[in-house]
Write a protein that binds this ligand. Structure first.
Ligand code: SAH
Ligand code: SF4
Length: 348
């Protein structure tokens, strides 16, 4: 089987060049071709010896996912549906922020966690994405935006820490200064709370930010909305967050909190949330629930969201309300895929 070029780290590429009788500097030429010029054509890499070109042709493969659907929202958010070499499709989203473009990356086809407020959860897990496929998502984003993507968030389809090895490989490729060169401060991994994998991130000194989807303030509610809470309850998760912050020299952790009307949006919840994050220096992102057909939850009232935020702000916690971007093209993550699949079924 051929080696997938997009999934190799710089040092692995150097190894490959040496095997082909070429020099380490040629690995840099390959990285430049891929990530500066967004070129995946192995026959068109400039400045490498013919022997290396022939070696690559024989031993290495590369691919560009086909973009099977693309939608542009009024606020500039663009959703892309990308078809991987085996025909499986994932979403990636380009979000225009003030002065910077952020790309939301999928890490799995589907997800096995089964959160009861999440559209991606409904179909379960199909498979993990490889590091190369995640790199290919970024390359597609760069092609669509003339190379303007500056921030990456692993907040698309999938639970990144259920696919640890490939996600870690991707993070290292994305932050290699000679490769994609994203700043580790501009790459954020979001997890539903897989405690042992958070400790693995600490051990591996994974160069990225951590975001944790807390989404509830009592185990009773969190058990219902994020089933893995039964395995890793809130106290254990918050201990892992504390340990992460300490081990990473007071690194700021982002706490995400999906607000579900009448479930976790009360003032009492806001007060409990303050206690949970007290003294940790976390930023809290409040995400009003994005409804989708068949959802069992409703979006909170605007007044409930602002009252909730007020409690956090009064406790000196930085709290930002993140309205969903691209509302007119889809209500929730995973929806472009769902809609496209439905349309195809209808026309079949
Ligand atoms: N699996 C990871 C990352 C992908 S989900 C995780 O759960 O953290 C990214 C974020 O979207 C999470 O914070 C999740 O809680 C939130 N989310 C999922 N479905 C949502 C919905 N319908 N409305 C609002 N936020 C949602
Ligand atoms: Fe998976 Fe995250 Fe959706 Fe939960 S919220 S089902 S962990 S993608």
């Amino acid at each position: 089987m051929k080696t997938e070029l997009l999934g190799l780290r710089h040092e692995q590429l150097i190894e490959l060049c040496l095997q082909a009788g070429a020099k380490p500097v040629h690995a840099e030429k390959i990285l430049a071709s891929l990530f500066r010029y967004h070129n995946t054509d192995l026959t068109a890499i400039e400045g490498i010896p013919l022997a290396l070109a022939n070696f690559l042709a024989e031993h290495v493969s590369t691919f560009e996912p086909e973009c099977t659907a693309s939608q542009l929202a009024e606020d500039g958010t663009r959703k892309l549906l990308l078809k991987m070499p085996d025909g499986k499709e994932v979403e990636t989203v380009l979000i225009q922020g003030p002065g910077r473009l952020t790309q939301c990356i999928s890490t799995q086809v589907g997800c096995a966690v089964g959160c009861t407020f999440c559209l991606t959860a409904t179909a379960g897990l199909t498979r993990n994405l490889t590091a190369a496929e995640m790199v290919a998502e970024v390359m597609a984003g760069q092609r669509f935006s003339d190379g303007n993507v500056r921030n990456l968030v692993l907040m698309g389809m999938g639970e990144p820490l259920h696919n640890y090895a490939d996600v870690a490989q991707f993070v290292r490729i994305a932050t290699d200064p000679k490769g994609m060169a994203f700043s580790p401060n501009r790459l954020t991994l979001s997890t539903s709370g897989l405690v042992p994998a958070i400790y693995r991130m600490i051990e591996d000194e994974l160069p990225c930010n951590l975001a944790v989807s807390l989404n509830a303030t009592t185990d009773e509610v969190r058990d219902r909305v994020i089933p893995i809470n039964r395995k890793y309850p809130i106290a254990e998760l918050m201990q892992a967050v504390r340990d992460y912050i300490k081990a990473r020299g007071n690194k700021r952790v982002l706490i995400e909190y999906v607000m579900l009307a009448g479930v976790n949006d009360s003032i009492a919840d806001a007060r409990r949330l303050c206690e949970l994050v007290a003294g940790l220096g976390c930023t809290v992102n409040l995400l009003p629930f994005n409804p989708y057909p068949g959802a069992i939850y409703a979006s909170p009232q605007a007044a409930a969201v602002s009252a909730f935020r007020e409690v956090l702000v009064d406790a000196s916690i930085i709290a930002v309300v993140r309205e969903s971007r691209g509302r007119d093209i889809s209500a929730a993550c995973g929806q472009l895929k769902t809609e496209t699949v439905k349309r195809r079924k209808k026309s079949a």
